[in-house]
Design a protein around this ligand. Structure first.
Ligand SMILES: [Zn+2]
Length: 164
């Protein structure tokens, strides 16, 4: 009788401990999720691709290897992280513009932004652009050969609307 009671009491204690642990873990997970969401909140920004010097001041782009930034009409400067999209905006001559509307994610602690989506702005209009492989029927958004057959991709653009 005594043994049963003590065993019940122990089970109850373990149960309460596990419940407390669960509550704490859920609270921690919630906090983590919130801070991640804050860091990963995207921003849609329109501006011109510019070069920076070592003091993060706008500099001539001739022969520049970076760092790069997007400068808005309000003179706000977003320093950009090197990546496939930035490489495409820099190297794709068929874009025929230096002005873009991009989706940016701030990389926590770096002061840099990653471009996850880019539209080109030319002649007061916004265009989406992509690359298509007619052999594999694959669409990509960055410069390079077809990831499937390694053939050259067809460049395509489509008007999205006015640049306001
Ligand atoms: Zn292909």
């Amino acid at each position: 009788m005594m043994e049963t009671k003590s065993s019940h009491s122990r089970q109850w204690k373990i149960g309460r401990f596990l419940l407390t642990l669960t509550v704490i873990l859920l609270a921690m997970a919630g906090k983590l999720l919130t801070s991640n969401q804050a860091a990963k909140k995207p921003q849609v920004v329109m501006g011109r691709l510019v070069c920076l010097d070592s003091d993060a001041v706008e500099a001539p782009c001739a022969g520049a290897m970076g760092p790069w930034a997007l400068k808005t009409r309000e003179q706000k400067v977003y320093r950009l992280q090197a990546g496939k999209v930035l490489h495409t905006l820099n190297r794709e001559e068929r874009l025929r513009t230096r002005e873009f509307r991009v989706t940016l994610f701030e990389i926590p602690g770096s002061g840099e932004f990653e471009i996850t989506n880019a539209l080109l702005v030319r002649g007061g209009k916004i265009f989406s652009f992509s690359y298509f492989c007619p052999v594999c029927h694959i669409t990509t958004y960055t410069l390079g050969p077809c990831p499937c057959c390694q053939d050259a991709m067809e460049y395509r653009e489509k008007e999205v609307g006015p640049a306001e």
